[in-house]
Design a protein around this ligand. Structure first.
Ligand code: NAP
Length: 183
């Protein structure tokens, strides 16, 4: 069985998106140089993706991806947590699901097999997953921008402290932080 990882990028002040959902401060980040945008995390994203066997996200994140991507970007089974009857992305292996996060987690873990489950976010669903003890690892890529307001990495506070597993600075100025989340 693989890990369940919440992997997201956040501003220095802990936001994953502007209040209206905008993430252009992240997707357009070039490290203040003419750097190739695919190199901003020293290609660790490609290595991360190679180990992902299933993706799960909340409906707001799903709608953002649908609106801003030319094609569905994930070539593995996906789950979208929603109470609504949303349109399915063309060519996507997707399930629209609602209710208990642990049931959805079990399905995603079984489907991913030896690979990992990527909890894509946002903070709303990530909080539910942490509260139910479903996340093994948090990987946050800190982007050196300050938004002042926005949508948080987690919607709710989480009691206790977490174990820092690694700190990885990238040439672009981003820093990847990895934490163990005991179940
Ligand atoms: N920086 C990053 O790396 C990163 C990562 C992920 C997301 N984001 C951004 O974050 C923003 C969205 O984050 P968010 O926290 O506001 O929203 P979200 O977690 O993506 O979606 C929340 C929505 O999912 C549905 N939902 C949640 N739990 C459910 C359950 N148990 N059963 C059924 N439906 C459920 C609800 O909507 P309905 O039931 O009404 O559908 C809820 O309003 C987007 O702008 C996205 O681009 C950024």
């Amino acid at each position: 069985m693989g890990l369940t990882q919440y992997y997201a990028a956040a501003s220095l002040d802990g936001y994953i998106a502007r209040p209206d959902g905008d993430i252009s401060w992240l997707t357009g980040f070039g490290g203040g140089s003419n750097m190739d945008p695919s190199d901003v995390t020293d290609r660790t994203f490609d290595a991360f993706m190679a180990e992902v066997g299933a993706v799960v996200m909340g409906s707001k994140t799903y709608e953002y991806v649908l609106e801003h991507s030319i094609a569905w970007p994930y070539d593995m089974p996906g789950w979208v947590m929603t109470s609504r009857d949303l349109p399915k992305a063309e060519g996507a292996d997707l399930r629209l699901v609602e209710g208990d996060a642990s049931r959805i987690h079990t399905e995603a873990v079984e489907t991913a097999g030896d690979k990992n489950v990527w909890m894509v976010g946002g903070g709303n669903v990530a909080s539910q997953w942490v509260e139910q003890g479903l996340i093994d690892e948090l990987i946050v890529t800190l982007v050196p921008v300050i938004l002042g307001e926005g949508l948080p990495l987690f919607a709710n506070g989480i009691p206790g402290e977490f174990k820092t597993k690694s700190v990885r600075p990238f040439a672009s100025g981003m820093v990847e932080l990895t934490y163990d989340f005991p179940r």
